[in-house]
Design a protein around this ligand. Sequence first.
Ligand SMILES: [Zn+2]
Length: 130
Amino acid sequence: MGFVILKSFANYIDAHILLGRLEEEGIQCWLKNENTTTIMPIWTTAIGGIQLMVNEDQSQRAGDLLKKFEAEKKKVTKCPECGSEDVEYINTMRKPVNWLSAAITFLAGDIAVMPEQRYHCFSCKSEWKG
Ligand SMILES: [Zn+2]
């Protein structure tokens, strides 16, 4: 019985949320690289993030569930500025400025602080916390 990567995450909180939801649906799954990423958040992207591994036999169903969850998330999310539904949940660690602040946080020894996630609106470019 093999396992395949369903999705990669840069944030362990998101990974855990999805893991829990898939387990509720009876999908056998686990997180790879989780320990490394939690201890060394700044290395997350370098090592490919946290990978959500699912039972190969259930990967088709897990993929369908993933699409369903993402569709649900999109459906309930609207931009507070312009009301557009053309929004996406993003990880701010993708941006250099936040990589820098993450590095400072890391060097300061506060490794408990995780990258922040926000919603981004493609219509008016505004961002806000979920
Ligand atoms: Zn907007």
